[in-house]
Design a protein around this ligand. Structure first.
Ligand SMILES: [Zn+2]
Length: 301
């Protein structure tokens, strides 16, 4: 397995456009299951394989990619894009820095004109790459923004929104305005307990505000793409998913605050809590304890 991976990784580093279909065929011959391209509206769709959901827009005069999963998955995805267009990718956007969303950027080296992310996401991407010692094998954003950023690509208007810290301190919501599709990145785990990353400036209290503002900014016809979903749930949906996540985060904070006041310790809290009261449908498991810990730390003494 490691040899295959190494081969594909090196392949993707060396690949020019012409090599990609061959590489794609090789991946298939080696028995590596590629994911699926799924159309949503207009020329916009998603690709799912392993990692955060990839969003794409492909038309005659423009190609946009949102997030890149990991290098092998990104290579498979690029193969699928090349089946549809010879065009160089106009724009790659990272919703945030986590490896399952930006780790595949390197496969796009030389194949994309512009890479954009929130300024904090770029800082996080650089920090993590330094920590892992793989700066050379990473493709960083060449463009950043702070609150809003717009660009016309093909027949789409792309608008990036930043409403403050949530899942990290650098989460972008990407609105493809003509299709009225918004990629939420990891600001939304559909029917799944969220990962919250305080090491990258996450804030539960602000995440609630971010989701509320998103519900006011977008509308009932907006189709949302989610970073992840629970077993048996979709990675797309409507405003109700945002409302549900907002409610979960509120219940989490309220519960931890109440238990703190009662004198419960964090260890006792983890031990006795199976699910969050008022949000039991979200389930428990390992992520439950991480959520409790982050809420505990955020609420302070
Ligand atoms: Zn994430």
């Amino acid at each position: 397995m490691s040899t295959r991976r190494t081969f594909l990784k090196q392949g993707s580093l060396l690949a020019g456009t012409a090599m990609l279909p061959m590489q794609h065929i090789m991946a298939q011959a080696l028995g590596i299951e590629a994911g699926q391209m799924q159309s949503l509206r207009r020329n916009v769709g998603i690709y799912t394989e392993r990692g955060g959901t990839i969003g794409w827009m492909i038309d005659k005069s423009g190609v946009i990619v949102i997030d890149t999963q990991f290098p092998d998955q990104a290579t498979n995805f690029i193969g699928k894009v090349k089946e549809q267009t010879d065009r160089k990718i106009d724009l790659l956007i990272n919703t945030h820095h986590h490896g399952d969303h930006s780790g595949g950027n390197i496969a796009f080296k030389g194949l994309v004109n512009q890479v954009v992310a929130h300024s904090n996401s770029k800082i996080n991407q650089e920090r993590v790459a330094k920590e892992k010692g793989n700066v050379d094998q990473t493709l960083f954003p060449d463009t950043t923004y702070d609150t809003e950023w717009t660009k016309n690509v093909g027949d789409e208007i792309v608008k990036l929104h930043y409403f403050g810290a949530g899942h990290t301190n650098g989460d972008t919501m990407i609105h493809l305005e003509n299709a009225n599709i918004v990629h939420m990145g990891d600001l939304l785990f559909n029917h799944r307990l969220p990962y919250i990353d305080p090491s990258a400036g996450a804030s539960i209290q602000n995440w609630i505000k971010v989701l509320r503002k998103a519900r006011k900014t977008f509308d009932k016809d907006t189709l949302f793409i989610f970073g992840h979903a629970g077993e048996g749930y979709e990675v797309t949906g409507d405003l109700s998913a945002l409302k549900a996540k907002e409610l979960y985060l509120k219940k989490l904070l309220k519960y931890v605050k109440k238990e703190k006041k009662k004198g419960t310790t964090i260890e006792q809290l983890k031990e006795k809590t199976e699910t969050i009261p008022g949000a039991t449908e979200w389930g428990g498991g390992r992520m439950k304890n991480i959520n409790l810990q982050v809420a505990w730390d955020e609420l302070g003494g």
